[in-house]
Design a protein around this ligand. Sequence first.
Ligand code: PEP
Ligand code: MN
Length: 409
Amino acid sequence: MSSVPIENPGLFVADEPLVWDLLPAGQQPCWDDHPAYPATRRALLRAAPLVLPAEVAELRRSLAVVAAGQARLLQIGDCAESLAEQSAEHLTSKVSVLDTLGDLLAARTGQEVVRVGRLGGQFAKPRSAPTERHGDLELPVFRGHLVNSEEPTPEARRHDPRRMLLAHQAGLRVFDHLRRLRRERATAGLRRSTPGPWGSHEALIIDYEGPLVRPASDGGAEYLASTHLPWIGERTRQLDSAHVEMMATVQNPLACKIGPTARPGEVVRLCELLDPERTPGRLTLILRFGRDHVAEVMPDLVDAVHRAGHPVIWLTDPMHGNTVRTVGGTKTRHLRAIAEEAAEFLRVLEQRGLHAGGLHLETAATDVTECLGGNIRDERALHRRYETLCDPRLNPEQAHDLIEMLFPS
Ligand code: PEP
Ligand code: MN
């Protein structure tokens, strides 16, 4: 039994541009002239919502508890989800890692942990360059399975709008599964509050997210029906961007990545746009400065946001500022740098008497060999199971080690 309606009236007329289509947006696919584009857009405008207003409201209430310092947040998963890894077994093992690490964090902090996966929509990636070389070929970069495919051929790298419908289909299965799990857990009375599991992804592709902005059933503010917790990436958080405008419109809880070049005043303005009412649980800031910048950049930024009265959840993403290449050119991250950045994040907040909301990590559900440290001792081990579609992920044991290091018993 599913409470999700099959069809949703949608908000918009198919052939008219949505508000966000007219605003500047970086990192978008080039597919407007694809023959399947108009039909795909119409299909998305009519497509079933993946999540429901009541779910979004429930997660907001759980996150308000985190913002108040009474619980923690753990957000983990693939850098880029794969459309080829959508079986029930894949999903079960991803949720199982989320639960195991959530239980560990709960045990170490003595607080309930809200569990959020990078799941059910993490199919689109911002990239630093539009093309890359493969031998003699200059090819468009891989931008996530919602846009193109990773194989290095011109055909596979072509941006194809029909992929949005594949992503939506995969999302439907994921969010149904998560809904079933939350219900089972609530029925079994396993926990007082609902720590999840919930879904999240970077709301990057305006052509996908826009048609999934839907009216709430109670006539209240619109909500984004593509995920529970959307976030704005470091590369698309400009104050006048389509991404910020769209996220400001919807009532979901939101997150925004903040990198080392962000100025405190700019982040305060972002908070003002995304959470003008200063509602605990509405806004999470995910800090991804890099080990070498965190001590210098974080204090002024935290002070400015705090002084402006924004009750944000402070989350650390200690991975995206710590990506390096081996001599052989393999992208990797060192567990030590990750741990040092996260430890400094905890220190800065503790010095101010502020609550460390939790962690945002790129983790795999399997024993991949993508990051160095812990059970991956040297660079020669990296090639054994280097399987990521994009950034290097921690394997479950490395993530476990990290949480133990940060929160010793
Ligand atoms: C990511 O989370 O995979 C990502 C691209 O992050 P950021 O926007 O922080 O670079
Ligand atoms: Mn990433």
